[in-house]
Design a protein around this ligand. Structure first.
Ligand code: HEC
Length: 132
């Protein structure tokens, strides 16, 4: 009986852990909002908005899951598309951290440089994986 319960608990954990397309769209919308916060942060000179945007980006960039492209071969973790997506995600996380640090240090141009770099990673992943 105990074993059955353990299995049921494990199965339900896996069921909840499944990352759906809706989860991805939610992550994307959160990051889009974060980019808007950051742009406002520059225009209103608000460190709060910059930090908020940077935090939201960092909360979503690493946890989002790239699409598996519906094909068994492409669905594997070691494929080029998957590793490419992971790399863009790590870059977003890193640039979001740097952006907040540079803004806090008063170096707005360097902070903006990181903002542009983030947008570049968004676009790179979209071009490769979303085909827009
Ligand atoms: C891992 C690759 C990847 C990265 C990195 C990425 N995106 Fe996306 N994005 C996608 C995919 C794939 C979709 C399409 C969602 C779907 O239908 O599965 C998408 C869709 C979107 C959408 C449309 C959501 C909707 O309402 O349909 C927005 C907005 C978006 N991304 C913003 C961003 C922003 C902003 C960044 C950078 C901070 C970013 N994305 C980085 C892959 C990525």
């Amino acid at each position: 009986m105990k074993r059955v319960l353990v299995w049921m608990m494990l199965l339900s954990t896996f069921a909840f852990a499944e990352y759906t397309r809706e989860d991805r769209v939610a992550d994307m919308r959160a990051m889009e909002g974060a980019m808007a916060d950051i742009q406002k942060g520059f225009l209103y000179n608000s460190a709060d908005l910059i930090n908020q945007g940077s935090k939201i980006l960092r909360d979503h960039a690493l946890t989002l899951q790239p699409p598996r492209l519906g094909d068994k071969t492409l669905a594997r973790d070691e494929t080029y598309a998957f590793m490419f997506a992971r790399k863009q995600q790590r870059k977003i996380d890193n640039h979001a951290a740097q952006l907040a640090i540079k803004f806090a240090a008063g170096d707005k141009y360097q902070a903006m440089h990181h903002f542009t770099k983030i947008l570049k990673q968004c676009t790179a992943c979209h071009t490769k994986l979303r085909k827009w």
